[in-house]
Design a protein around this ligand. Structure first.
Ligand SMILES: *Cc1c(COP(=O)(O)O)cnc(C)c1O
Length: 433
């Protein structure tokens, strides 16, 4: 692309196109990507950047993987899409077979959604409709923890962290749920009995009006990149069982090996009643997510007055997305993904070693293929991105967080580049005045 063409494109983009969580017109122009291959993005001027973000946790196999490209083009030769009302097709059935086999045993039913946010909406709807079907419509609230992120639609926003999720903006229209304090930080931290007691107390106090509990297992992603001990997840499963609540696990960020186990809930050896998957589901190729549930939830809903689950997106179970999702899962399982993630964990741990002592840094944490530097103050995003790009790396910090969740297929050298970029960013941060 000529410099002139690129400039024209960027000017139109800034003036007319919304970007995520951005003002209009744009305050800072976007970077123009013209292609991507392996773990690298190519910009309009030919610059290549290692994608430290995996396109927001999704592109675990990198870009233009031959198997994934073939899955899409192969399906394209049959049909791109067909409605799912009254019709079905091989890509949907093949993907559902894989998901039922791979996810915790009690999860047997699959709802195909078109994005992670919608999958969480469906999960909430399932939980509420389940209780309505039992003749208990007053059980319509959810217990969750602060620091969570579950998507951007209104139902989802109501269970996101009230501060990060800007609840005050929509205070009068968001559903009111029950919030416990954020789980104490640290995957390996000793469980805090006072916190466990508080969870139990809140659940008991509100059980009569609660449909379920919703959390991200082990890693809270966009709400703060916080890791917590498996003990808290086990406690939530026990609390749910004690009060008959449905445990909803949002595995949209944690699923498919990112945390070092295939599912976040595997760390605690618990199974949810409802589970959401997205992001890496299609290997970063297409938008698709799923909401899975148990026989009990499904039959509970179906035996109720409505007799059906009241949801059905136009692009439900899109065949292109379903085909590439199956191919992505096959590819993941065909490789030693656990070894890849463990290697990334070790390289990020050693690569970020010592950064916690820098004056502008509050905390450094690594779990699975996730590395986080938490600054003491909110960072200057364009300045931080410039340092990353000078190091040949694409990172997208938010708030106080500079983090990476690289493609699993990165070489040791590529992870080294990402860690070096994060170190240099950390060094550039100033201590609070
Ligand atoms: C990204 C994310 C979502 C929302 O998914 P979209 O596909 O962006 O709508 C929901 N929950 C979690 C945990 C996520 O990380």
């Amino acid at each position: 692309m000529s410099p002139h063409e690129a400039e024209r494109m960027l000017a139109f983009d800034a003036e007319h196109i919304w970007h995520p969580y951005a003002p209009m017109p744009a305050a800072v122009p976007a970077q123009p990507v013209v292609s991507a291959q392996g773990v690298r993005l190519t910009l309009a001027d030919g610059t290549e950047l290692i994608d430290g973000m995996s396109s927001w946790w999704a592109a675990v196999h990198g870009y233009r993987h031959p198997d994934l490209d073939a899955a899409v083009t192969g399906q394209l030769g049959k049909m791109a899409h067909v409605m799912f009302g009254g019709l079905t097709h091989p890509p949907a059935v093949r993907l559902a077979e894989r998901l039922v086999a791979l996810t915790p045993e009690p999860l047997t039913k699959v709802f195909f959604a078109d994005s992670g946010s919608v999958a969480v909406e469906v999960a909430i709807k399932m939980a509420l409709q389940y209780w309505r079907s039992q003749g208990r419509p007053e059980r319509h609230r959810l217990l969750t923890v602060r620091g969570g992120y579950h998507g951007d639609t209104f139902g989802d926003m109501a269970v996101c962290d009230p501060v990060n999720g800007m609840h005050h903006l929509f205070a009068d229209v968001l559903a009111r749920h029950v919030f416990a304090p954020p789980p104490p930080l640290g995957y390996a931290a000793e469980p805090d009995q006072a916190y466990l007691d508080e969870l139990a107390r809140l659940a008991a106090a509100h059980a009569h009006e609660l449909a379920g509990i919703i959390v991200e297992p082990i890693v809270q992603g966009a709400g703060g990149m916080r890791f917590y001990a498996p003990e808290y997840l086990r406690a939530l499963r026990e609390i749910a069982d004690e009060h008959g609540l449905l445990l909803v696990l949002d595995e949209i960020a944690t699923g498919f090996g990112r945390t070092g186990e295939l599912w976040g809930c595997d760390h605690a050896e618990v199974a949810p009643d409802i589970m959401c998957l997205g992001k890496a589901l299609t290997g970063g190729y297409m938008t698709m997510a799923v909401t899975m549930c148990t026989d009990r939830v499904a039959s509970g809903i179906t035996s109720g007055e409505a007799g059906v689950l009241m949801h059905g997106p136009t692009y439900m179970a899109n065949p292109l997305a379903a085909a590439v999702a199956s191919a992505s899962i096959d590819l993941l399982l065909s490789r030693d993904w656990r070894d890849e993630v463990d290697t990334i964990e070790a390289l990020l741990t050693s690569g970020l070693d010592g950064a916690a002592e820098l004056p502008g840094v509050a905390d450094v944490r690594v779990l699975g293929a996730i590395g986080v530097i938490e600054a003491r103050e909110p960072v200057d995003v364009p300045a931080v991105q410039e340092i990353a790009m000078e190091n040949g790396v694409w990172l997208r910090p938010f708030g106080k967080l500079i983090y990476t969740m690289p493609p699993y297929v990165c070489t040791d050298d590529e992870i080294g580049h990402i860690a070096t970029a994060m170190w240099e960013i950390a060094e550039s941060l100033h201590a609070p005045a």
